[in-house]
Design a protein around this ligand. Structure first.
Ligand code: GDP
Ligand code: MN
Length: 377
């Protein structure tokens, strides 16, 4: 789950991270009203769940009401990476001497949360990581101790020679870690964290992601959740008893069991293809699940071939076959489908599939290769 910048700012404020004031606005009228009470430099910022707003023209400084209104007119309704801007904030503008990057991520390689800081802030950190990885400083936090004072200060000293400034930055790192831990976050970024000419350190942008599987114990986050189209599909799938995660490839996968689903994705990768999703239909033999799964798969415009890989245990292959036949009676599709059934009632299942004319194969590697081949036609 993601949240908007203004929501991240609210969280920062709640935990005592210095952050300029802001007003949330949905209309130009609201901007006019907000600006009646403000007589200093502000920054008008698009609130969308994607980054790179600055480059896209979604962040504009305004000296007065007229300029703020003009900026709001330009930004409201703007399209940024496929997201329409429906909300903006008017934030007190920070006077910036220098921009820094601060981030906490779930680092799977070290099985810990990594604190990353860089004096190359403001820009996209992924670029810095590619071109100048030595400019990003990383520290792995021990979950049992948390981020200790001296550890936070050591990291802050990589950005600030002045001890007073380093202490202020260290305090921000520790507070950000507290938010990260308290909210079951998977990513918490302040980019940029800025130094002002009068030696204040402020967070002027915030990005936070949260672990969907922990939302059950984060009622405050659930209450503000806004889902995009892909996430909505994943939620709908969950309600139907399917585990579905959308990915960027073009081979749709329908598999029973999480382990087999992972192996199927690996197999597709091995032969040079790209899976469009992870989809585990689970261990029951309910044909309706197959119908639901096919509907989800085929609604993804990137899918150019479907690989069905079923290992029959409790799930019976002939039930899956019947589900598939029912699904294809209702969903008319030109997209090629490859079926591999193995295990309980595989022979019966394959006999049913053969009647439909769909290609059947006997091994996983054949299925992957065939699906990739068909996706290229
Ligand atoms: P992003 O492009 O979506 O990451 O949006 P940011 O909030 O990070 O803003 C992009 C850039 O706009 C920052 O790196 C700053 O250079 C500039 N900017 C944002 N807010 C302010 C501000 O309050 N004052 C000034 N002077 N510049 C700002
Ligand atoms: Mn930013």
């Amino acid at each position: 789950m993601k949240i908007h910048e203004y929501q991240a700012r609210d969280l920062f404020f709640k935990y005592g991270i210095p952050v300029p004031n802001h007003v949330l606005c949905h209309t130009v009228k609201e901007v006019e009203q907000a600006m009646d009470k403000i007589d200093h430099l502000v920054v008008v910022k698009a609130q969308v769940l994607v980054g790179g707003r600055g480059k896209a023209g979604g962040v504009k400084l305004a000296k007065n009401k007229a300029e703020a209104v003009q900026a709001a007119k330009q930004i409201l309704g703007m399209d940024i990476k496929g997201c329409t801007v429906e909300k903006i904030i008017i934030a007190d503008a920070a006077d910036i001497a220098k921009e820094y990057y601060v981030g906490l991520i779930n680092d799977r390689n070290s099985k810990s949360v990594a604190l990353m800081v860089s004096a190359e802030g403001g820009v996209e950190i992924e670029e810095v990581a590619k071109t100048n990885p030595e400019l990003i400083h990383k520290f792995h936090i021990n979950p049992q101790t948390g981020l200790l004072d001296f550890q936070a200060r050591n990291m802050a000293m990589k950005l600030f020679k002045d001890v007073k400034l380093a202490r202020k930055a260290a305090d921000i790192f520790q507070k950000l870690y507290r938010i990260f831990r308290d909210t079951d976050s998977t990513l918490a970024e302040i980019n940029p964290m800025v130094l002002t000419p009068d030696n204040e350190i402020l967070a002027i942008d915030g990005k936070m992601n949260f672990d969907d599987n922990a939302l059950y114990r984060q009622p405050e986050l659930l209450a503000i959740r806004e889902v995009d189209e892909d996430e909505q599909k994943e939620i709908d799938a969950k309600e139907k008893g399917l585990s579905y995660i959308k990915l960027d490839g073009n081979i749709g996968c329908m598999v029973n069991g999480a382990g087999l689903a992972m192996a199927t994705m690996d197999m597709i990768k091995l032969y040079g293809g790209n899976p469009a999703n992870f989809l585990d239909i689970g261990g029951s033999s309910n044909p309706q699940k197959v119908v639901d799964a096919m509907n989800i798969l085929l609604s993804d415009k990137n899918v150019e071939a479907v690989m069905i890989n079923i290992f029959g245990g409790i799930t019976r292959c002939d039930d899956v076959a019947r589900g598939l036949i029912t699904a294809l009676e209702t969903i008319k599709t030109e997209i090629p489908i490859v079926v591999r059934l193995s295990g309980t009632n595989a022979a019966e299942g394959l006999a049913l599939i053969k009647q439909t004319g769909l290609p059947t194969v006997s091994t996983m590697s054949e299925a992957a290769q065939k699906a990739i081949e068909l996706s290229k036609r």
